[in-house]
Write a protein that binds this ligand. Structure first.
Ligand code: NAP
Length: 474
């Protein structure tokens, strides 16, 4: 595997004096080095994005689809290279990294199809004498150069969720990946640079937060699409001022187990949702509410199954839990657990940090105010609360500043619609966990969890502006 990764400004691979070492969270080895872009580099990227937009906005649909298809094929040819790079820089178990790469391929496939579907509407305006013989066309136009900022936890698919809809809808895009996991995005840059996309339409580079903020406030950039923490996201929205912004932020997702129809299935899904990638997923299951009638049955199966999870080297095919992204995150988790226990919480399993690893942990007897409930824990920790009435469980799940997705296991159709109507979240997932996501579905949050939607077609809507053409044919 290549160890030096230059960054990409248009079709120009560059380096700078500011070396960025990317380390493997598992053993702290240097995985690769790259460079932080300078002010000169970012100015070139913006200039090129503006100039290339003149070309991309006019690209016919079949051409955009062809470029997207080339990128999809380029990733497919280097699947294992992408998966290994993700595992090395993010510490994600290799099986999960492979799944992420498959999803990225699928996201480009969807974008390729949507590029040819983006269309408009013909409207007849003969609604009165005054407007007879008038007709209108309403269609969407690409917004212009976009800046995408991405987090560490899905180094390819969340980058793709910004690039693919931008290309599909005719905009140019600059990507600033997370500095902990930039190598996968730079590898993707190589594939994109060979795809036939007009030069200047795409740049990707890590840079300092100060320079990233400079790009956000630059008037030539028409939109910020940000995925990351709520703290940073809402602050950047202020810097973006009047320009269009979508924010895909954090959460403390809840799940309600309402019935005993298939407890084994619910247990398996909850384990995947709470502990995959050590809980470092924005829609990880963090708060579990269980109907009193099935509480002890569910809990005994849940705790037994957790014992089988293998923690270790993320390159090992059997590893389910790898390291957390850094020791600081593991220490923060340890602190929050201790704080909860000091206030009366009970650890049902796990609870211990081993360096950068954190055991899969289940905590009961918690209160909504404890950090492990109120904040985004972003670690392999789930709190469990018993409930008597479904309405009360919905209220407890809603008792959060966040609102990304919620899971409900039920066979009661009234409960399905009660939850859909009353939960303040971006998505309600019935008979599955909140971390379910298909890359075509509208995805995003309510409350502190963000604004706007991703999922290719929905991101394309965010990245375009509608314009009306009225025709007087009298
Ligand atoms: P983060 O610390 O907020 O960072 C996200 C991105 O913002 C990184 O590229 C980061 O760069 C950049 N950034 C930080 N400060 C900045 C500034 N002042 N100006 C411009 N850019 C700045 O988040 P993270 O720790 O990487 O990721 C975890 C968070 O992302 C969690 O809260 C998780 O829930 C959320 N997330 C949400 C979704 C969703 O779809 N809703 C999906 C995945 C993750 P550096 O890396 O260089 O600091």
């Amino acid at each position: 595997m290549q160890n030096e990764f230059k960054f990409l400004i248009s079709n120009d691979w560059r380096e700078s004096k500011n070396v960025l070492e990317v380390r493997n969270p598992y053993n702290n080895d240097v995985v690769g080095i790259t460079y932080l872009a300078t002010e000169g580099d970012i100015n070139d990227a913006i200039l090129n994005a503006v100039s290339a937009f003149k070309e991309t906005r006019k690209l016919p649909a079949y051409k955009r689809a062809e470029i997207l298809c080339n990128i999809k094929n380029g990733i497919s040819e280097r699947k294992e290279d992408f998966a290994r790079t993700i595992t090395l820089e993010a510490g994600k178990p290799i099986a999960d990294s492979r799944l992420e790469v498959e999803r990225a391929i699928c996201t480009f496939q969807i974008a390729m199809e949507e590029a040819t579907r983006i269309s408009g509407e013909y409207i007849s305006l003969d609604i009165s004498e005054r407007s007879k013989n008038r007709n209108a066309i309403h269609k969407r136009f690409p917004i212009g150069p976009i800046l995408g900022i991405t987090p560490f936890n899905f180094p390819i698919n969340l980058v793709v969720h910004k690039i693919a809809p931008a290309i599909a809808s005719g905009s140019t895009i600059i990507i600033k990946p997370a500095s902990k996991t930039p190598l996968t995005a730079l590898l993707l840059g190589k594939v994109i640079s060979e795809s036939g996309l007009p030069s200047g339409a795409f740049s990707v580079f890590p840079c300092s937060p100060g320079l990233a903020e400079q790009i956000i406030s630059d008037d030539r950039i028409k939109m910020l699409t940000f995925t990351g923490s709520a703290e940073i996201g809402w602050r950047l929205k202020q810097i973006a001022n009047k320009k269009k912004v979508t924010l895909e932020l954090g959460g403390n997702a809840g799940t309600i187990i309402d019935c005993n129809d298939n407890i084994d299935y619910a247990v398996r899904r909850c384990i995947t949702s709470a502990f995959s990638y050590s809980g470092q997923v924005c829609i990880s299951l963090q708060r579990l509410f269980i109907n009193k009638i099935i509480y002890s049955d569910f809990m005994s199966k849940f705790l037994k199954e957790i014992k089988t999870l293998k923690m270790g080297n993320p390159m090992d095919e059997n590893t389910k839990l790898g390291p957390m992204i850094d020791e600081q995150s593991a220490k923060r988790t340890e602190l929050w657990i201790k704080e909860a226990v000091n206030h009366g919480a009970v650890i049902a399993c796990g609870g211990l940090r081993k360096g950068v690893f954190f055991e899969p942990t289940v905590v009961t007897n918690t209160t909504p105010q404890m950090k492990i409930n109120a904040n985004e824990v972003f670690a392999p920790v789930v709190t469990v609360t018993e409930y008597e009435s479904f309405e009360d469980a919905v209220e407890q799940l809603n008792n959060s500043v966040y609102g990304l997705q919620a899971g409900i296991f039920t066979n009661n159709i009234k409960h399905v619609f009660y939850a859909y109507e009353h939960l303040d979240v971006g998505g309600v997932i019935i008979n599955d966990v909140p971390s379910f996501r298909a890359d075509s579905m509208p995805y995003g949050g309510a409350k502190e969890s963000g604004i706007g939607r991703e999922g290719v077609r929905y991101a394309m809507e965010e990245m375009t502006e509608p314009k009306l053409l009225v025709l007087n044919l009298s």
